[in-house]
Write a protein that binds this ligand. Sequence first.
Ligand SMILES: NC(=O)c1ccc[n+]([C@@H]2O[C@H](COP(=O)([O-])OP(=O)(O)OC[C@H]3O[C@@H](n4cnc5c(N)ncnc54)[C@H](OP(=O)(O)O)[C@@H]3O)[C@@H](O)[C@H]2O)c1
Length: 215
Amino acid sequence: MGVTLKLATSLDGRIATAAGESRWITGPLAREQVHRLRALNQAVLVGVETAIADDPELTVRLSDFAGVQPTRVVLDSRQRLPMTSKLVREAARLPTVVVTGQKPNKRLTDAGVTVLQVAAVDGRPGAKAALEALRAEIGMEMNILIEGGGQVAASFLAAGLVDQIEWFRAPIILGDEGRPAVGAFTLNELAAAPRFRRVAVEPVGDDLWERYEKV
Ligand SMILES: NC(=O)c1ccc[n+]([C@@H]2O[C@H](COP(=O)([O-])OP(=O)(O)OC[C@H]3O[C@@H](n4cnc5c(N)ncnc54)[C@H](OP(=O)(O)O)[C@@H]3O)[C@@H](O)[C@H]2O)c1
C-alpha cells in the first residue's frame, strides 16, 4: 500500500466550490468507503487549508470498526491549526500530528498534539521530509492516506510519492472556478507526468470509484 491519495471530486475534477464548500460532493456510500480506506491506514493526512475549511475529525467512523484509529496528520508550515478545531480538541484522546518547518508551538503540544519539525522546501515542510518524519514516528511500514486538498495532492504527486489513487467521482459539474483536485506543479513535458494504471472501476451509489496504481 504505502502512500494512497484519495480524491472525492466532481466529474470535472473539482474538490470544492470557489468558496471552499466541499460537503458533500460524493454520496454516503462513497463516504463509507473512505472510512474503510482510513481503517486500512496507520495515518491520514491533510493540508492546513483543509483542516481550517472543513474542520474534519479524520477518524474511522464505522459501526463494525474495533481497530486502532489512524494518526491524524496536518501539514502546517506556520502551525495555524486552530486550537478550536476538532483535531486539536480531540488530540489528548486521538493521536494527532502537525508537521511543520518551525519549532513546536507550546499551545499545540500542551493540547496533546505531536509537532514534528522537518526541513522546509520553499518555506513549507516538504512531502518527502514529512513522510520520513512520520515513518520515524509511527513506524517504517506505515501506510498513509492523503486526503487533500489540492495543494497537498500536488506536492505528493510532484515528488513521485503516490503509490495508489482512490478516486470517487460524483455526477456533478463545478466548473473552472471550483478548487482543483490537484493544485499546480511544474511539469515541463508529458513524459515527466506522474502516470498510473487503472486497476478497478465500480459504481458506489450515484458515484464512480476508480482505483489506480503507480506505473
Ligand atoms: N472533496 C474532497 O474530498 C476534499 C478533500 C480535501 C479538501 N477539500 C477542499 O479543498 C480545499 C482546500 O484545498 P487547498 O488545495 O486549498 O489546500 P490544502 O492542500 O488542504 O492545504 C494547503 C496548505 O497546506 C500547507 N502546506 C504545508 N506543507 C505543504 C506542502 N508540502 N504542500 C502543500 N501544502 C502544504 C500550506 O499552508 P502553510 O504554508 O500555511 O503551511 C498550504 O497552503 C478546501 O475547500 C476543502 O474543503 C475537498
